[in-house]
Ligand binder design. Structure first.
Ligand code: ZN
Length: 104
């Protein structure tokens, strides 16, 4: 199995989390980082990624469920902070679950 934790030099999200790549970071904690999409597909297009590198959804296990739920919560919190009140009108697109984007 591929290495699923730690820093991956070829991964843009790892670089963003480590502040090595330009991104507007909106919120972060010890597990997750939320930033504005570099090429937004909507007015509010944010990505929530894990601080620890996860190769793909195939690396995810049952114990990651709370983390994925936390990603959704952080996405919602950022949307609320940006005055997106209608949380019913949100699309979540897990892109191989390395990232979770919320688009309105
Ligand atoms: Zn990574």
């Amino acid at each position: 199995m591929n290495q699923c934790n730690g820093y991956d030099q070829s991964c843009i999200f790892c670089k963003i989390v480590n502040r090595e790549s330009e991104a507007e970071i909106l919120q972060h904690d010890d597990e997750l980082c939320c930033f504005r999409d570099l090429k937004p597909g909507a007015d509010h297009h944010y990505l929530v990624v894990t601080n620890r590198h996860i190769d793909s959804c195939f690396s995810l296990r049952r114990e990651h469920v709370p983390l994925v739920e936390k990603m959704v919560e952080m996405g919602k919190a950022v949307l609320l902070k940006h005055h997106v009140a209608d949380l019913a009108d949100i699309r979540y697109s897990p892109q191989c679950l390395k990232q979770l984007s919320t688009i309105q």
